[in-house]
Ligand binder design. Structure first.
Ligand code: NAG
Ligand code: NAG
Ligand code: NAG
Length: 530
């Protein structure tokens, strides 16, 4: 699952896939409980989550396990099984839904959560931050360049090199596990691979767990190390960059060689894909283990509320208010019914598409594909204008036959563990879009909770539901692969910024149960209406 390559059948195992579950419960208030799960799969969706919750609710009360307080996040390995998602588009390359993929994924997640629950014990949670250089590279740099100069100046790199890590210890001081977030695509194993693999993320987990559980077979030890993904939408592990297969010239900016995307391929640092997986996995492990050992004494203990907030939203018409910062004029826009642009079919340099599509196509001129597209479904005028300048290949939001092609109703979620806020993001978000999201959420927290001075905000991407990519509106204009795959139009990110700010508001409400105290500090207008 990931490359959408019809010929990529599984033929064996490179590394096994695991589900790693962590439950955080408040000591003072046992009803305050949240579950974070990192799963070695491409992504998860509502079908998976629904079945997991349903099975667990046979064992545990619905206060302990529910849709609101459980977050399931895929590591985004591109070498896991396919065919387990419920929307039509994601099952095309496996020629439909596969119960044999779905059941083991659900059972594994259920088992990992049950084990975590049985193992609940008093302990401490702390957080540490580091940085990993040379393990990632922006695969759509021309798209990143479209962002405002002032904003780019705030950062040293066109990918996030930050690593955030949570460490969990028992009250006796025994280390129990870590959750690590670093943004990079697990596409070290390329689209010719036939072996099931956790890719660089799975390899980093194995190294860490082997270090902590030296006598145990993989996945059988006590210590659990999860390497989750973050804003990796435009981030490749193939650090040598994209080259033309025939000439060896760089094709990073255009994504094509002699007009064809298949000839422009990115390569990792190793001599082959297995070695590249090990190198990129080891770089993540090395920094993670350094943070774990905390020689610099930067580990900071987390304390405070354990809460969650959660909402389903209709992404076909989410209202967005745009403000022009020079004139203060506001404009009302909305997101659009989902559509994929022509450049979606070009794929990326991590896994070029099968046909003669190219990245950065804003014209959609290819006449053969237009005819083919119209044969499947011509987009309505409204969708064409709403999605502008995306030339529409597949108006998937308007395609219902024989059943929904992509999600329209989308899940959004924040888990709060003290001053750590985990954004459950329902898709792949690019570097700059992710930075904007973290900034917006952090500012909102600071604005509404004057007591909390250092909130940590992380994005856990590929969570709960899969809706392709999200770019900034400036990147959207470029229509590279990521932008062509930004389903709900140019203001998709603006909608999520607004939505996750609202989730912070709802966390504020649950945190400050004392309503009058809360009202005197925040949201006066809402309170006076109440
Ligand atoms: C995949 O990696 C192998 C080496 O392991 C290499 O021979 C092959 O060219 C790569 N293919 C693509 C499409 O990246
Ligand atoms: C979502 O919004 C679209 C566009 O306004 C509408 O047609 C559709 O019925 C809505 N879906 C739900 C479940 O409300
Ligand atoms: C826009 O609004 C801000 C904040 O209310 C204000 O400081 C600024 O002067 C306004 N700018 C214009 C051009 O009206």
């Amino acid at each position: 699952m990931g490359y959408a390559n019809f010929n990529q059948y599984a033929e064996g195992i490179h590394t096994r896939l695991f589900s790693r579950a962590f439950i955080f419960q408040s000591r003072d208030n046992p009803d305050d409980i949240v579950t974070f799960v990192s799963v070695d799969v491409g992504m998860v969706d509502h079908g998976i989550k629904h079945s997991v919750i349903k099975q667990l609710q046979k064992i545990y009360s619905s206060d302990v396990i529910n849709h609101k307080n459980v977050l399931l996040s895929g590591t985004h390995t591109h070498s896991g099984p396919g065919g387990f998602l419920q929307h039509l588009l994601y099952g095309l390359s496996t020629r439909g839904f596969l119960q044999t993929s779905f059941d083991p994924i659900v059972d594994g997640i259920v088992e990992s959560i049950s084990k975590a629950y049985e193992n609940l014990q008093p302990g401490t949670i702390s957080i540490n931050k580091g940085s990993v250089l040379d393990a990632s590279r922006n695969r759509s740099p021309s798209s990143y360049e479209a962002n405002p100069e002032d904003e780019k100046k705030l950062y040293d790199h066109n990918v996030d090199t930050d690593m955030v890590q949570v460490r969990i210890d028992s009250a006796q001081g025994t280390p129990l596990g870590i959750i690590n977030w670093f943004a990079v695509h697990p596409t070290s194993m390329n689209n010719t691979n036939r072996l099931i693999s956790g890719d660089n993320k799975g390899y980093a987990s194995m190294l860490f767990e082997y270090e902590m559980n030296p006598m145990a077979r993989p996945g059988k030890g006590k210590f659990v190390a999860a390497f989750a993904n973050s804003n990796s939408g435009d981030v490749s592990p193939n650090t040598k960059g994209a080259k033309c297969l025939e000439t060896g010239e760089s094709c990073e900016l255009t994504g094509v060689c002699k007009g064809r995307s298949q000839k422009c391929v990115a390569f990792g640092p190793g001599i082959n894909m297995e070695e590249s997986t090990e190198i990129i996995g080891k770089k993540q492990f090395d920094e993670a283990f350094r943070l774990f050992q905390d020689e610099e004494k930067t580990l900071q203990q987390l304390s405070g509320f354990i809460k969650s907030s959660h909402m389903y939203i209709n992404m076909s018409n989410y209202p967005v208010t745009l403000k022009d910062s020079s004139t203060n004029e506001t404009k009302q826009k909305t997101t659009c019914p989902a559509a994929l642009g022509f450049s979606f079919a070009a794929g990326t340099t991590d896994g070029p598409g099968a046909f003669d599509f190219t990245q950065g196509d804003t014209s959609g001129k290819n006449p053969v594909w237009r005819v083919f597209r119209n044969f499947i479904k011509a987009p309505s005028k409204e969708v064409v204008s709403c999605q502008n300048p995306k030339p529409i290949l597949l108006p998937v939001g308007e395609m219902r036959l024989p059943y929904e092609w992509v999600p329209r109703i989308v899940e959004t979620q924040i888990l709060q563990v003290g001053s750590l806020f985990i954004i459950g993001f329902p898709g792949e978000i690019t570097t700059m879009a992710g930075r904007r999201l973290r900034r917006a959420v952090k500012n909102k927290i600071l604005e509404t909770w004057n007591k909390l001075d250092d909130p940590h905000v992380v994005i856990s991407a590929l969570s709960n539901m899969y809706t392709h990519y999200v770019t900034t509106s400036e990147e959207y204009q470029k229509q590279r692969y990521e932008a062509a795959s930004t389903l709900y139009g140019p203001y998709t990110l603006n909608a999520y910024l607004n939505q996750f700010e609202q989730l912070v508001d709802s966390l504020t409400l649950v945190n400050f149960g004392n309503f009058s105290l809360f009202c005197s500090r925040h949201l006066k207008s809402v309170c006076s209406q109440v």
